[in-house]
Write a protein that binds this ligand. Structure first.
Ligand code: F6R
Length: 242
C-alpha cells in the first residue's frame, strides 16, 4: 500500500483530485468507481473546479457508484443519487447515460444487483475511489461480509447507522438497508484510491494496514490488492507506524 499522509482535509482532497485528473488525462474513457459521504466532498469540489477552468473534461468518462440506501427515494436529500447530482454530475460535462448508481426499487432488488454486476463486468473499473467507515467498512460491506460477495443487499451495521445519523434528522430516519457493490467487485478494480480524514478513522486505518486480513474488518482485504493508494490526514494516520 502506498500511503500519503497530508496536513489537512484540503490537502487530501487536492492530492486525490490530482490522481483522478491524471487518470482521466491519460485515458479519457476511464471507468471511475465513486464513493459518497463526507470524505470525498472536497475531491468533487476540486474536480468540478478543474473542469470549470478547462483543466479536465469528463465527457468520455464512465462512472459507477458504490452504493445506495434502500427505503428512500432518489430525490431524498440523503440519497446517493441526489448527492452525486448535486456535488459532481451537475457541475461537470459527464454524460448522464455514462453515470451509474445501483437503483433501490424494492420490487426488483435482486435483478438490479445482477444487472449492476453485468455492467461492471463489461466496464472494468480503472480507478476506484473509496472512503472507509469507522468500523472498517468499504462501500456498505459491513464487518462480517464475505469477501466473495458481488453487488448485494445488506443490512447496515448499527455503528454505520449511528455514524450516518449526522446526515439525517435522527437515528430512526437512517435507512436499515442498502445495495452495495461487493468486495469482489471492488477488488477487480485496476487501481484503488482510499481517502480518510479525522481521528474517528484512526483505528480502522490502523487495522486496515497493519491488522490481519479478515472479514471482520472489510478494508483489510485491500492488503491483497496490488495497486492501492491511501491518502489520509494526520488525524486518521495517528495510529499508523511510518
Ligand atoms: C459511501 C460509502 C461508505 C463511506 C464511508 C465513510 O459511498 O461507500 O463506505 O465511504 O461510510 O463515510 P464518510 O466519508 O461520510 O465518513
Amino acid at each position: 500500500m502506498n500511503v500519503i499522509t497530508c496536513e489537512n482535509y484540503q490537502e487530501t482532497s487536492r492530492k486525490a483530485a490530482d490522481i483522478v485528473i491524471g487518470q482521466i488525462k491519460q485515458k479519457p474513457t476511464s471507468v471511475l468507481g465513486l464513493a459518497t459521504g463526507s470524505t470525498p466532498l472536497g475531491l468533487y469540489e476540486y474536480l468540478s473546479k478543474a473542469y470549470q477552468n478547462g483543466t479536465v473534461s469528463f465527457s468520455d468518462a464512465i462512472t459507477f457508484n458504490l452504493d445506495e440506501y434502500i427505503g428512500i427515494s432518489h430525490d431524498h436529500p440523503q440519497s446517493y443519487h441526489y448527492y452525486m447530482d448535486r456535488h459532481f454530475f451537475s457541475k461537470v460535462d459527464i454524460r448522464e447515460e455514462n453515470t451509474h448508481l445501483p437503483d433501490n426499487d424494492e420490487d426488483r432488488l435482486d435483478a438490479i444487483a445482477d444487472e449492476y454486476n453485468a455492467l461492471l463486468k463489461e466496464n472494468p473499473i480503472d480507478l476506484q475511489i473509496l472512503g472507509i467507515g469507522s468500523n472498517g467498512h468499504i462501500g456498505f460491506n459491513e464487518p462480517g461480509t464475505p469477501f466473495g460477495n458481488e453487488t448485494f443487499i445488506t443490512c447496515l451495521d448499527e455503528q454505520t447507522r449511528k455514524d450516518n445519523a449526522r446526515f439525517f434528522g435522527s437515528l430512526e430516519e437512517v435507512p436499515k438497508k442498502a445495495i452495495t457493490m461487493g468486495i469482489k467487485n471492488i477488488m477487480r478494480s485496476e487501481r484503488i484510491l482510499l481517502l480518510a480524514n479525522g481521528k474517528e478513522k484512526a483505528d480502522a486505518i490502523h487495522g486496515m494496514m497493519h491488522g490481519e486480513v479478515t472479514e471482520d474488518l472489510p478494508a483489510s482485504v485491500l492488503q491483497l490488492h496490488p495497486d492501492v493508494t491511501i491518502i489520509i490526514d494526520k488525524q486518521a494516520a495517528k495510529k499508523v507506524s511510518s
